[in-house]
Ligand binder design. Structure first.
Ligand SMILES: [Zn+2]
Length: 185
């Protein structure tokens, strides 16, 4: 590993400006950008850890959950939840101003195995291989990795994993799911 006087044209991964790197592994144009990128990564990690912590605190046996809890658990937006409540698809109770509680069971059936209809799967399904050998159903994932349908649904959303609904079943590529849940097995 000699340090030659190479000048490798690169684009800074933080500020996006082109620069000339001295090594192939250089990712940032300056110490400052490297430092800022490092901070941004740490911040994202802290946020993720905080979210996981909050999710872990939500009891599994509470039939009604808050909007904030639903956002965390299912990775769906407040707007979506409120819309579903207004449409009468999710029963809610109102304990006061900003204290809406919604039925966890209903939201789980909606965002877990089936009826995921809002995401445009058409385009994705063309280039993806949705043959049965290459795909899991949600049920197969919960069995294989011992996770709840809600967790699976959440992971699919958060990671923007392409999926295809065929009849009663949602098919997702094994490759993508294995990547996410491999550590859980
Ligand atoms: Zn930079």
């Amino acid at each position: 590993m000699g340090y030659s006087k190479l000048k490798i044209p690169k684009v800074c991964e933080y500020c996006r400006k082109p620069f000339e790197a001295k090594t192939v592994t250089t990712r940032f144009c300056s110490k400052e950008c490297s430092h800022k990128a490092d901070n941004a990564r740490k911040k994202a990690e802290r946020k993720e850890a905080k979210q996981q912590e909050l999710i872990a605190q939500i009891p599994n046996n509470r039939p009604y959950i808050s909007i904030a809890e639903a956002v965390l658990l299912f990775g769906i937006s407040r707007d979506t939840i409120y819309r579903l409540v207004r449409m009468g698809k999710i029963p809610s109770i109102n304990l006061g101003d900003r204290l809406t509680r919604i039925s966890r069971e209903h939201i789980e059936t909606m965002f877990a195995p089936l009826e995921i209809v809002s995401i445009p799967t058409e385009k994705q399904s063309k280039k993806m291989d949705y043959s049965q050998e290459e795909c899991y159903t949600i049920g197969e994932i919960t069995d294989k990795f011992g996770v709840s349908p809600a967790t699976v649904s959440n992971a699919i959303r958060r990671n923007s994993i392409p999926k295809k609904q065929v009849g009663k079943f949602v098919y997702v590529p094994k490759k993508e799911i294995d990547k996410i849940f491999a550590s859980k097995k």
